[in-house]
Design a protein around this ligand. Sequence first.
Ligand code: NAD
Ligand code: UDX
Length: 476
Amino acid sequence: KKVVRRITCVGAGYVGGPTCAMIANKCPHITVTVVDMNQAKIDEWNSDSLPIFEPGLEEIVMKCRGTNLFFSSDVPQAIRDADLIFISVNTPTKMYGKGKGMAPDLKYVESVARSIAEHAEGPKIVVEKSTVPVKAAESILSILRDAQRTNNNLTFQVLSNPEFLAEGTAMRDLSNPDRVLIGGEDSEEGAKAVAALVEVYESWVPRERIITTNTWSSELSKLVANAFLAQRISSINSVSAICEATGADVSEVAHAVGFDTRIGNKFLNASVGFGGSCFQKDVLSLVYLCESLHLNKAAEYWHGVIEINNWQRRRFADKIVAELFNTVAGKKIAVFGFAFKKNTGDTRESSAIHVCKHLMEEQANLHIYDPKVTESQMRSELAIESSEKNVTKLVTVHSDPYEAAKDAHAVVILTEWDEFKTYDYSRIFNSMVHPAALFDGRLLLKKKEMESIGFRFFGIGTAPNHLTRVGFAATP
Ligand code: NAD
Ligand code: UDX
């Protein structure tokens, strides 16, 4: 007999929604209820238009919703009903008090722990799915244990089960994960709880890909995994600057270096900088952890990953201004892409926000097109960085990329949407102000092809023509 029959997930966001849809789909014997304090979001999950876009998600939600997948805002009821509760709430960088701008804000995680303590009537396995610092499980357990003092029926086990899905490929990542990581207490009860969660994943994940560790290793592994991934991007981005100054080509370097099986070829795409809700937040969380442990060298080392990322964004924006003859004031600039990566409408920490902000400071007129990001989303993100007045004055949002580019001095590519590769760039070139420039922040387009159309082309990590000719330095 299976141990877990009813799962509740608190937090119906990018992680809670897709993860629970996958569990419901793969485990027909389990009833999964996703709850959130945001009623509007729950209404959307129960409607025809889901609150997040993720390829393959809608299909599964429509298939399972009302059968063994439910969305509700009745948190107390869902807590009472569950054998196992996922905590999938946000843990954003704290914007006040101690650790401001560095430490993750754990107030939402704590409030869920308190709700569980208040409403649970029997034994529960509580699972941290949110990304948290090492030892967060200890705080959750302290709150839960306190409730046990007054109610003998309550027993709690807290597990760490971080999520490794990436947005845009969430459903694929969930259905075929590289690994599932489960950390638990080193005790008989802890082992039982771990086994119960292993059993859930075993419905579709091969046992050898389910790793079990102690709680602290699991919590730390999540931060470290994101830090290593972000570090690869900052490493290649630092190299992109060397390429631009020397005549080496960053794609060729990444290809040659990545061919070493010890290094591997994934996650070596130079870009305008990584974005998304996780990398910056989790690297900063690791830096804060190092600092709290007085490991200043380690803190400094990881902070470099963030510094390079900020530098890369700034460098790209400065390049645009410099190449447009040092002034973009009043010039129309088309921006292709606002999401932090392709195949998502998510804009959290998108590099586009930062590049646009720099260009707005220079008084450029931005004409933005993104296939998935809504106009109101773009405006509110930019208003945080600039001001509403500035956004109204300087930003126009388009639903047609050709309209965005018409009469522009430059096109700037900031997200790697596939459709950007398929446009008719001759048509775009002909509709622009000349000389027309193209700034490729994602290495999506071919330099030679674009130059033959007539563009002045600038790609991340791509050297200007005069540097790529061998012997240039010696030629007068
Ligand atoms: P999100 O903001 O999309 O969703 C979190 C949801 O939790 C929100 O809808 C919010 O209303 C709800 N919530 C907060 N406090 C609540 C409470 N007390 N009761 C009920 N609902 C509450 O966040 P997300 O992107 O899904 O991330 C969740 C966690 O997963 C974070 O810790 C994040 O670091 C981690 N994570 C995210 C990703 C990703 O790609 N987005 C990947 C791996 C891990
Ligand atoms: C990341 C991790 O990949 C995932 O395992 C974790 O669970 C959450 O954080 P996510 O942020 O959704 O996922 O997307 P990811 O594919 O990692 O991309 C993050 C950012 O890095 C994007 O802005 C992307 O464009 C950029 N990136 C990625 C690069 O600039 N170059 C690369 O080679 C890869």
